[in-house]
Design a protein around this ligand. Structure first.
Ligand code: MN
Length: 243
């Protein structure tokens, strides 16, 4: 397998892991920037992530136009991916999901920030994007490039942006990193909901967040977590299907 083929297999594994860990269901998606053409990204055709195979993966321009559609249906929220890849050269992978554990923090003033050590990876600040601010009443879906670019502006240099009444978007420098951040965003949100019922919450300090997230990005930590999640999702580490 070429390096490109391996990345496609890894993107399939990412789809399956996010489904297995309950971060996505019928909806939600994960993309990578094309490793050889930085002005393109790779995203499945419109399909539940748990069912995605390599043959579902499609190449898109940053504007969201397919290079070879082959009659396949497409996710309507492609502008989430294009808008962010266009604005952020450093971003190589993106997850969008509707985690029910995260949504309460998108509609209230209670901030979602790291308070659990493995939540450090989500970053110290999570801006909340409200589509209504600039687009009035909509279907709530990020369906145009104007909307995707507006979301990217709100994200700024952060790793995660929350989306009011909708979900969130998580960015990273690799598939593995973005999957880890997506899983621990949900875990941290759940622990925060529980903690808020008990009393005042002590959040991690900016220094703790920096030190812990450095540790989480180390290849040994990434490798260990990926092997665990890939195995749970029925995908061997080498990307073999149905292993
Ligand atoms: Mn959505």
């Amino acid at each position: 397998m070429t390096n490109f083929d391996e990345q496609l297999e890894e993107l399939v594994t990412a789809n399956r892991i996010l489904a297995r860990e309950g971060v996505v269901d019928a909806f939600g998606h994960v993309s990578i920037r094309h490793p050889e053409h930085p002005d393109r990204y790779i995203l499945s055709q419109s399909r539940a992530p748990d069912l995605v195979n390599v043959s579902d993966l499609m190449e898109y321009t940053l504007e969201g136009d397919p290079l070879d559609q082959q009659g396949r249906t497409m996710y309507s929220e492609r502008p989430i991916h294009g808008g962010i890849y266009e604005a952020r050269d450093d971003v190589l992978a993106i997850v969008h999901n509707h985690s029910a554990t995260v949504v309460p923090f998108t509609v209230t003033d209670t901030p979602l920030r790291p308070m659990f050590h493995l939540g450090a990876l989500i970053g110290p600040e999570l801006p909340v994007w409200d589509i209504r601010d600039n687009f009035q009443d909509t279907s709530m879906l990020v369906a145009t490039m104007d909307q995707g670019r507006d979301l990217a502006r709100c994200l700024g240099d952060c790793r995660v942006a929350l989306m009011r009444g909708h979900g969130c978007v998580i960015t990273g420098k690799s598939i593995r990193e973005v999957v880890m951040a997506s899983i621990y965003l949900q875990v941290n949100a759940g622990l925060l909901l529980e903690s808020l019922r008990l009393g005042d919450v002590k959040y991690m300090t900016p220094g703790e967040i920096e030190l812990m997230s450095e540790g989480q990005m180390r290849p040994t930590a990434q490798e260990r977590a990926w092997e665990y999640w890939a195995n749970r999702a029925g995908r061997r580490k080498d990307g073999d299907k149905n292993a």
